[in-house]
Design a binder for this molecule. Structure first.
Ligand code: 13P
Length: 258
């Protein structure tokens, strides 16, 4: 199987203003060195208001951290108050866009159908989607984990081309593990990520399944990252709380070197 370089992504959610973002990025760049960037790709996903400042610092200091967004609309322009389009993000040198995070699904009514529209729009704008999926605690306890993940993967990726799927990122984020300090065991995380890869193989073929990078997300910390990343189908981490401190985020990025 092709070697997949891990992708460690920091999802800042609704944290930090643009001045804090600038400071954070400068400190992060002092904390990381070439060996770190060789061992993992890194992306940060600040709130929209910080993207311009973040892009300027990353550019000016030649910092090899990719810029990401947390969300976007699927239309290029129009009467969609409060929304931001994929082409606006691409113009700011955004490389990765998260789509279908569980908080957006639960709090803002996102469905598999509109996640699918978003993925197509992100790809059309030349960026890489990070599609999130994962079951709630109720679904897990009702033995619906597999059905839920299958629906999200099938629905979210419907109609995409094989090579698009092979080059994108999917994050398995069990909702019960997000922000709770309750990390999935490496075996549970592997089971979810393995299932996602199987669905990709069934729908898009072996090459797409070998190429797609699958992240685990949900209470990833410096102490648990290495054993999670050691699982065969886990190719990175989507980190919330622990990505807000340079110390913990840089230790997570460096998981292979600990
Ligand atoms: P935590 O790492 O804070 O659990 O958040 C995970 C997450 O939702 C990343 O997208």
């Amino acid at each position: 199987m092709a070697e997949r370089k891990p992708l460690i992504s920091g999802n800042w959610k609704m944290h930090m203003n643009h001045l804090e973002a600038i400071q954070f990025i400068q400190k992060l760049s002092y904390a990381l060195d070439q060996a770190d960037y060789k061992s993992a790709d890194v992306s940060i996903h600040p709130p929209f208001t910080n993207l311009r400042s973040a892009q300027t610092v990353l550019d000016a200091d030649n910092i090899p951290v990719a810029l990401g967004a947390q969300h976007c609309h699927w239309e290029e322009r129009g009467a969609f108050t409060g929304e931001v389009s994929p082409t606006m993000l691409a113009k700011l040198a955004v490389s990765y866009v998260i789509a279908g995070h569980s908080e957006r699904r639960q709090l803002f009514g996102e469905t598999d159908d509109n996640v699918n529209l978003r993925l197509k729009a992100i790809l059309a704008a030349g960026m890489t989607p990070i599609m999130c999926c994962g079951e709630t605690l109720d679904e897990r306890e009702a033995d619906q984990t597999e059905a839920r993940i299958t629906d999200q993967v099938d629905g979210g990726l419907a109609g995409l081309k094989r090579d698009q799927v092979g080059a994108m990122v999917i994050a398995y984020e069990p909702v019960w593990a997000i922000g709770t300090g309750r990390t999935a065991t490496p075996a549970d995380a592997q089971a979810g990520c393995g299932l996602i890869r199987e669905r990709v193989a069934a729908n898009f073929g072996a090459n797409a399944a070998a190429g797609v990078r699958i992240q685990y997300g949900g209470s990833v910390k410096p102490v648990n990252v290495a054993e999670l990343m050691a699982q065969p189908d886990i190719d990175g981490a989507l980190v919330g709380g622990a990505s807000l401190e340079v110390d913990s985020f840089s230790r997570i990025i460096r998981f292979r070197l600990q």
